[in-house]
Structure formats: structure tokens, C-alpha cells
Design a protein around this ligand. Structure first.
Ligand SMILES: *Cc1c(COP(=O)(O)O)cnc(C)c1O
Length: 418
């Protein structure tokens, strides 16, 4: 049967099943509590809820899947809620921060400074000083940062711990966001590394290794494996120019989660096999190096929901609109305005009507005076009324902290770890 005749191939793509939250009495259960009771406990809508047991489960499953020698870091920009960072700090091997504000949260949460690394373009002098004094690993991203670190280290009498973030000469194919390859503001171009390493050797700073990060939100294991292999081989070539043996090699991350129709969960097996081969090579080629991967959304994204209450149900020229008390002001990403090229629906449901058979096509929109404030565009949903709770899945990463909460003055949302 050809593609054209195959009725299955014509069906619209659907969202991956969202089975991480059980259903009881027709309601989603989050953190062990039925949604309506959780909403009562929180005391307001909208809110984000992150499920502790799912966070633990995710890290546990990942550890089981990956070879034991791989170190797992949490990139906290995905979800910087202090309670989440505190929980994650106890589960992973290190925390990656991207500002002095994040550094403070990580240190306050009890993360071990020796296992914190600090990356990001345009680090200010004051931030670099805080990082040196905190004894965290600093991923140097320019010649300027290296010069400043020399001065700061001299002044403090404390040699900065540095790794060099490399802008690789390749990219992570098929990524939601590319962060390496070609001209970039991140890291130092691989071609300039020999010169930088000469300056580093003269600086007296404590060189520890390399950091490579090629891209984000990738669901293709073969692309992730290819980027990891290329990162490893690039680091191996650069190690010849390094003043000291490589102790730290961060191969990046990029593990994606399914957000949109047609996307499926990442198959970890090929990635685990690939990492096992790299660990094997490193034993002889970079004997002092520990191999690190850094993940954000993969660790926390699926454990979180955004919950907003339906304030109004309207029918406009035959189209049902469920107007909620929160929208893109709290969840920019679900509205399609956080780096997406084409807007697609996140998985959405009516969380207090989870078992309901009566369904209809409806759009879920927030309360903002802009057509951009769209949380679900003509989705099939349980028939809902005023007072019901619309739930957006896959919301544990790049939600509250990545949204313009002051826009239109509706006030901030609440976040709970349950
Ligand atoms: C943003 C970022 C991450 C996390 O990306 P995810 O897609 O959330 O996994 C990891 N490392 C660096 C350097 C980043 O900038």
C-alpha cells in the first residue's frame, strides 16, 4: 500500500501520552494530591506544581540507563525554583549555573561548590569575583574573561578554577536551539583555542578541562551521539595544547522531551552505548578526565504542570474559547513565543475532568489583550465550564522564570514543589 492509500499515515499526528500523573476520581493526581485539592492548598490559580517523586524517578531511571562513570549535572536555568534546585542538588553530581543570581541559589540550596560550574557569555567582573571566591569551576568564554580572572585571582590570592568553553566547529543537528557551530556568542572558537591555552598556561590559573555544548531540545539519539563523539574528539585534539591534564570534560546535553504532536520520548539506549564507548576511550586517552553531561529540561520538564482556572467560556462564531486566569505572562513557551518558529500546541487537558468522555474542540486562551495569548489552539478537550482547571503538561522547565510575569499587570504565579 502506498503512503497515499494508507489511512494511518493521513491521520493528524498526536501528542505523546502523558501518563506520568495518575488519575483518581476523574482528576489528575500531582504530588499525591488530587488537582482540585492541590489548587485549594495552593490557595490561588494560576500555579506551577512540580512533582518530587517524578523528579527522583527521572534521575533514577537516567542513572540506571547510562553507564555508571558518567557524571550528571543539572543546568538550573531550566527551573531555578530554590526548592527544586535543593532537591536536584541531592540527586545529581553537579549544578550548572549561568549567572551570579543562580550561583547564589545553588549555594544556598547546599550544592557542593566543588561541583558547581558557571557558564554564560558576558560574565561581569563582579560575577567572576564571586565565582572565584566561591571556588566553583568557571567556564571561560573569552580572552577578556581569562584576563579578568588572572587579575581577580591575584587580588584574592586564590587561583580561579577554569575550564574553557569551546564553540565547536559543528552543531547538534535537528535541535530546537543551536548553541554551537558557526559564529556564536558562546565559548571560544575551536580555532582560537591554541592561543587561549597559551595565555592560560602563563596565567597560573587552575586549568581543569573543557566544556562543549552544541544544542538543546533534541529527540534524535543519532544526532546526540554524533555531537558527543565529535565533542570528545575535539577535546582530545585540544588537550594537546592544554597546560595540564584534562580532569573535567563536559560533553553537553541536548536531551529533549516531547512537547508537540508527533514527537516521541528519547530512546536512551544508543546514547548510553555511545557514552560507554567514550568512557572506554577516555580511560586510556584522557585518563584523569571525568565525563559530564549537563541536562536541564530532560530532568525537570515532564515533572511539572501549569494550572490555570477557566474564568469564562465563550462561543465566537461557532468556536469555543475557554478563557483562563493565566497565559503567556506565566507560560510564554506554551504560547509558542519562546523560540518556536511555528506555533504548536503543548499537551493540554482539563485536569478535573480527566476521565470525561464528552469532548469538544476548544481553544484555551489567557486573559491578556493580545492574540498571542493562546495556550491551546482548537484542541480536542473534555467539555469544560467556568471554574474548571486547565492543565498544561511538560511545564517543569522554562516556565515561570522564562515568562514576562509583569506583562499586563496580572501578577505573578505561584510555584510549589509537591
Ligand atoms: C540551557 C543550557 C542547558 C540546558 O538545556 P536543556 O535544553 O534544558 O537541557 C545546558 N547547558 C548549557 C550550557 C545551557 O546553556
Amino acid at each position: 500500500m502506498s503512503e497515499a492509500e494508507n489511512p494511518v499515515s493521513k491521520r493528524a499526528p498526536i501528542h505523546a501520552a502523558m501518563q506520568q500523573f495518575p488519575v483518581e476520581q476523574g482528576e489528575l493526581v500531582i504530588g499525591g494530591e488530587r488537582l482540585s485539592l492541590l489548587a485549594a492548598r495552593v490557595g490561588q490559580t494560576p500555579f506551577y506544581a512540580y512533582d518530587r517523586s517524578l523528579l527522583r524517578q527521572r534521575v533514577g531511571e537516567l542513572r540506571l540507563a547510562l553507564p555508571a562513570g558518567i557524571k550528571l549535572h543539572y543546568a538550573m536555568k531550566a527551573n531555578p525554583m530554590p526548592a527544586v534546585v535543593g532537591l536536584m542538588a541531592g540527586l545529581v553530581d553537579g549544578i550548572d549555573v549561568a549567572s551570579s543570581g543562580e550561583l547564589k541559589v545553588a549555594l544556598d540550596a547546599g550544592a557542593d561548590a566543588r561541583e558547581i560550574s558557571f557558564a554564560g557569555p558576558g560574565k561581569r567582573e563582579a560575577e567572576l569575583r564571586q565565582a572565584v571566591a566561591s571556588r566553583v569551576l568557571i567556564n571561560v568564554e573569552s580572552f577578556r574573561e581569562l584576563t579578568l580572572l588572572q587579575r581577580i585571582s591575584d587580588a584574592l590570592g586564590l587561583p580561579a578554577r577554569v575550564a574553557v568553553r569551546v564553540n565547536p566547529d559543528f552543531e547538534l543537528k535537528g535541535s530546537g536551539m543551536k548553541m554551537g557551530g558557526g559564529p556564536k556568542q558562546f565559548g571560544v572558537d575551536a580555532e582560537q583555542l591554541p592561543d587561549l591555552l597559551v595565555q592560560l598556561a602563563r596565567s597560573g590559573l587552575a586549568f581543569e578541562g573543557f566544556h562543549l555544548f552544541a544544542g538543546s531540545q533534541n529527540l534524535r539519539p543519532e544526532s546526540i551521539c554524533e555531537a558527543q563523539l565529535k565533542s570528545y574528539e575535539l577535546a582530545l585534539r585540544l588537550a594537546e595544547f592544554a597546560p595540564m591534564p584534562v580532569k573535567f570534560l563536559n560533553l553537553g546535553g541536548g536531551f529533549g522531551i516531547p512537547y508537540f504532536p508527533g514527537e516521541t520520548r528519547l530512546d536512551l539506549r544508543p546514547i548510553a552505548d555511545n557514552l560507554a564507548r567514550l568512557l572506554d576511550r577516555a580511560r586510556s586517552e584522557l585518563p584523569q578526565a571525568e565525563l559530564v553531561i549537563e541536562l536541564g529540561r530532560y530532568l525537570v520538564g515532564e515533572a511539572g504542570v501549569y494550572v490555570t482556572r477557566i474564568v469564562d467560556r465563550k462561543v465566537s462564531r461557532g468556536q469555543v474559547y475557554l478563557v483562563t486566569d493565566g497565559g503567556l505572562n506565566h507560560h510564554l513557551s506554551a504560547s509558542g513565543n519562546f523560540g518556536q518558529v511555528i506555533r504548536k500546541n503543548y499537551p493540554v487537558t482539563i485536569g478535573n475532568r480527566a476521565g470525561q468522555v464528552e469532548r469538544e474542540q476548544a481553544s484555551v486562551v489567557g486573559p491578556l489583550c493580545t492574540p498571542l495569548d493562546l495556550l491551546a489552539d482548537r484542541m480536542e478537550l473534555p467539555v469544560a465550564q467556568e471554574g474548571d482547571l486547565a492543565v498544561i503538561f511538560q511545564s517543569g522547565a522554562y516556565g515561570a522564570s522564562a515568562s514576562p510575569q509583569a506583562f499586563l499587570g496580572h501578577g505573578p504565579c505561584v510555584e510549589v514543589l509537591v
